[in-house]
Design a binder for this molecule. Structure first.
Ligand SMILES: Nc1ncnc2c1ncn2[C@@H]1O[C@H](COP(=O)(O)OP(=O)(O)OP(=O)(O)O)[C@@H](O)[C@H]1O
Ligand SMILES: [Mg+2]
Length: 240
């Protein structure tokens, strides 16, 4: 039996992925600040709506709805329109950014992890969503004090999300190339974005570090952020 795949619809990315992301699984999208995580993940939802008739949910802890609707217009993503058409729904939990603490952020909304998953489920059901983005998932690890608790709760969270039947991209904010977070070990896949400096220049790169059950391309490939979103060049390897 073949593993069903969700096509991201992002130019060049499905070729790197050997088809797409396994349906119903969670993939981590990680990278440093400004790497393009939000742009790529919104592109995943927008392509889902436009090309595959799959509604999507964006759960935002970083940018407010107003900000996100505005910043994503730069890539041609008219989220307000998809919201009006009930193809897109944004859960705006952006208060956390100001506090920098998961506990306080969620308390502000009277949410704990079970309450958050309930909110997500309601949102998914309300528009029959097939795709989900959590930006960033990192905030959930701030809810817990020790690594065992983080691992246990992340595991449970992934398990619950999986039962919702949505294919999800969960964003992880990384602090360096070879540092991996707990969620990256637990997730079925990892897509890493780089913004590498060489002298005075920077080059954007993307790598599929793992994707369980999928024969994906290995290595870092260049991509650019354009006014039509992300464009990956799957046939050119980055110069080493
Ligand atoms: N129209 C555009 N064309 C090309 N590049 C753009 C355009 N608009 C924004 N950018 C680039 O995209 C970057 C934003 O990417 P994005 O917000 O997706 O990064 P991120 O990884 O989510 O960052 P953070 O960690 O801050 O959340 C900007 O920093 C800018 O360099
Ligand atoms: Mg972002």
């Amino acid at each position: 039996m073949e593993l069903p795949l969700t096509k991201t619809g992002i130019v060049g990315l499905d070729q790197l992925l050997g088809g797409g992301i396994p349906v119903g699984w969670s993939t981590i999208l990680s990278g440093e600040p400004g790497a393009g995580k939000t742009c790529l993940s919104v592109g995943f939802l927008v392509q889902g709506i436009k090309e595959y008739n799959e509604p999507g949910i964006f759960c935002s802890f970083n940018e407010s709805k107003k900000e996100l609707f505005l910043t994503q217009l730069a890539f041609g993503y008219d989220l307000q329109k998809y919201e009006a058409e009930k193809q897109f729904l944004l859960l705006d939990l952006s208060y956390g950014r100001a506090l920098g603490d998961g506990q306080l952020a969620l308390q502000q909304y009277k949410l704990d992890l079970p309450a958050l998953t309930k909110r997500l489920k309601e949102a998914i059901d309300s528009i029959n969503a097939k795709r989900l983005v959590i930006d960033p998932l990192t905030i959930i690890s701030l809810l817990f004090d020790d690594i065992r608790e983080i691992r246990y709760n992340m595991f449970r969270f992934f398990d619950v999300i999986r039962r919702f039947g949505v294919t999800s991209l969960a964003i992880a904010e990384t602090q360096g190339e070879d540092v991996y977070s707990v969620e990256e070990f637990l997730a079925a896949g990892i897509i890493r974005l780089y913004n590498e400096r060489s002298g005075a220049k920077r080059q954007r790169g993307i790598e599929i570090i793992k994707m369980r059950g999928v024969n994906h391309k290995r290595g870092i490939f260049p991509f650019s952020i354009t006014n039509q979103g992300i464009i990956v060049s799957p046939d050119v390897e980055m110069p080493s």
